[in-house]
Design a protein around this ligand. Structure first.
Ligand code: COA
Ligand code: AMP
Length: 618
């Protein structure tokens, strides 16, 4: 089926207040407008439609929190009621279509309720992952300029309670933009002090709230902004529109994941990431499934059987997580003994994404679970999979190391630096032919120019994914590495550039470089190399500890920045470019070649010795 026909047909499968007559308006490339004249509402498609059509008593949400020892459920009718009332709270505070609402919350049902309440009003939510610290939060507050912030008093991690409220207060203090109101969900693990005049208690606010109705929005009105790491400390605000997201996510649920209305679908991720937006919240609900909100870890809450318990307890049909979660489980339970304690007969497939899936992990999961294990490749920007074995269409042979072939709607090519297609099997830049399908990003918030320059300028007519890889003779795509400064730590996307900015701001640091080095469990870990200012006579170890703490305070614990060394000099090309790639090869023990353009080859020996010392001391 031709691309526009495919999306015209898929478009008929959702609720519209006004049916689109234009399927794709491509008059202003690379800005694409799918369903340009359609009018719809994401919350209506997630909730009202199912209550209307007989799913009122079906579970919409299962909340399972081993970390706090609590569980609860919400039917579609109950969830709709909660969302209507929270939308009423927002509306009473003056939130209208197009206003931004920032959500900084742990994995609790209220996070999903807040997102859907925004969608109900046509307000644009921007969820910030709880593992980010105040500075990162402040950058997002200044960029999105939210009218309201919705947060919780705390998050709960295995080893500690994370008080969110002081982090939020500090973020607002350092941000230039000041939100009018903060709505705080008080959690018993740590109750927060509320600021009179600015802060509202969620529970109190919702008690007296009137239910708010859905506001019809244009298909191209933004549903949300989600910030992701780019090459600099200024994150990119990925904007997703409403109509395309509903169509694509609903389509993907049955075609890619092979789940039907009524099935239990579990994405073990976090609402702060794109996986959480697409496959904890919107996709499953658009499709009338039951979604699981899991506040816990794959191991340690309480043991490596945690995932199997959830699958058996709720009869989960499809599990989606990052390979790192399976590496963590495999490390603690290499023989899969915990699996034997549970009935996993309801599980039909496991989907993995977020980072390259090493064949060992894929084979282990496949042997232990006895279901198809599907590696699929996508990005915050695309919002849903680019390449996947589409279980609802046809199960292709599984080739470990490859996310299989492009999903209908995507055309993947591999180009060399001159923009010419490479031969089959040769590595190059992975690019997607424009137009991208519905549900992919439509721009970057407040940054149309950056949208064009970062993604559409190097290869005219294509979207540049930032990944490098190849396509084999069977059309299978292999995603091998990033072409930019983005690293992937435990499935979390981080910018080495952003970490470098924090290091460089330390008073004693003259120069620095951050590289992503291989880690058995997390895939990659950031490693910092520091050159100190002349005359600094403080102990290197003290400075290393200070910058590690600085990254934790300013970016957040999620950066997992624990390795840092002081060196005398950094290796550079004659034009002054730091040779990060060569240092990464040395750190990972890979073979490397002396770059022809290197300024002083001897520096690489010094770096090798410093890295060897660091390795020995670890
Ligand atoms: N709020 C506050 N802090 C958080 C947080 C949150 N929502 N999520 C993580 N953190 C903290 C952790 O407590 C940890 O802090 P620490 O340095 O004090 O120990 C730090 O951030 C790093 O967290 P994480 O990367 O999750 O590492 P971990 O060692 O706690 O757990 C895994 C490792 C593999 C178990 C974990 O990363 C995981 O479950 N990953 C699943 C994959 C996933 O969710 N991917 C998202 C895309 S699909
Ligand atoms: P994020 O935007 O956080 O989802 O991260 C997207 C990046 O993660 C991609 O650009 C890839 O570098 C990497 N990634 C995601 N899924 C895969 C996969 N299946 N195989 C290889 N890399 C992946």
């Amino acid at each position: 089926m031709k691309n526009q026909e495919l999306w015209a047909t898929a478009g008929k499968d959702i609720f519209w207040y006004q049916l689109p007559t234009t399927i794709l308006d491509d008059s202003n490339p690379p800005f694409m407008r799918w369903y340009a004249d359609g009018v719809t509402n994401a919350c209506y498609n997630a909730l009202d439609i199912h209550v209307r059509d007989g799913r009122a008593e079906q579970l919409a949400v299962i909340y399972d929190s081993p970390i706090t020892g609590s569980k609860s459920t919400l039917t579609y009718a109950e969830l709709l009621d909660r969302v209507c009332r929270f939308a009423g709270v927002l509306a009473a505070e003056g939130v209208q279509k197009g206003d931004r609402v920032l959500i900084y919350m742990p994995m609790v049902p209220e996070a999903l309720i807040a997102m859907l309440a925004c969608a109900r009003l046509g307000a644009v939510h921007s969820v910030v992952f709880g593992g980010f610290a105040s500075n990162e939060l402040a950058v997002r507050i200044d960029d999105a300029t939210p009218k309201i912030v919705v947060s919780a008093s705390c998050g709960v991690e295995p080893t500690r309670i994370v008080p969110y409220k002081p982090l939020l207060d500090h973020a607002i203090e350092i941000a230039t933009h000041k939100p009018e109101r903060c709505i705080i969900l008080q959690r018993s693990q740590k109750v927060a002090d509320l600021l009179p005049g600015r802060d509202l208690d969620w529970a109190q606010a919702i008690q007296n709230a009137d239910a708010a109705d859905c506001v019809p929005v244009a298909a191209n009105d933004p549903l949300y902004i989600l910030y992701t790491s780019g090459t600099t400390g200024q994150p990119k605000g990925v904007v997703r529109d409403t109509g395309g997201s509903i169509v694509a996510l609903k389509w993907s649920m049955s075609r890619i994941y092979d789940v039907q209305p009524g099935d239990v679908y579990w994405a073990a991720s976090d609402v702060g990431w794109v996986v959480g937006h697409s496959y904890i919240v919107y996709g499953p609900l658009f499709n009338g499934c039951t979604t699981v909100i899991y506040e816990g870890k794959p191991v340690g809450t309480p043991d490596p059987g945690a995932f199997w318990r959830v699958i058996s307890e709720y009869d989960v049909k499809v599990l989606f997580t990052a390979p790192t979660a399976f590496r963590a489980i495999k490390k603690e339970d290499p023989h899969g003994k915990y699996i034997e304690n549970y009935d996993l007969s309801g599980l039909k497939s496991l989907f993995l994404a977020g980072e390259r899936c090493d064949p060992d992990t894929l084979n282990w999961a496949s042997n232990k679970l006895g279901v198809p294990v599907i590696d699929h490749w996508w990005q915050t920007e695309t919002g849903w999979p680019i390449c996947s074995n589409c279980l609802g269409i046809e199960l292709l042979p599984i080739v470990p190391g490859s996310p299989a072939r492009p999903v209908p709607g995507y055309k993947v090519d591999v180009l060399d630096t001159a923009g010419k297609p490479v031969a089959t099997g040769e590595i190059g830049a992975l690019v997607l032919k424009s137009p991208l399908p519905p549900g992919t990003f439509t721009t970057l918030w407040n940054a149309d120019d950056r949208f064009v320059s970062a993604y559409f300028s190097n290869y005219p007519g294509y979207y540049e994914t930032g990944d490098a890889g190849y396509i084999d003779e069977n059309g299978y795509v292999f995603v091998m590495a990033r072409t930019d400064d983005v690293i992937n730590v435990a499935g979390h996307r981080l910018s080495t550039g952003a970490i470098e900015e924090v290091l460089a701001a330390h008073a004693d640091v003259a120069e620095c470089a951050v590289i992503g080095v291989a880690d058995e469990m997390k895939g990659q870990l950031p490693l910092g190399l520091l050159v100190l200012n002349a005359g600094v006579d403080r102990a290197s170890q003290t400075i290393e500890e200070e910058v590690i703490q600085k990254v934790r305070n300013e970016i957040g614990p999620v950066a997992a920045f624990r390795k840092c060394i002081v060196v005398d000099r950094l290796p550079k090309t004659r034009s002054g470019k730091i040779l990060r790639g060569t240092m990464r090869c040395i750190a990972d023990g890979e073979s490397w070649q002396m770059p022809a353009t290197i300024d002083e080859p001897a520096i690489l020996d010094e770096i090798s010795q410093a890295l060897a010392k660091l390795h020995d001391s670890a």
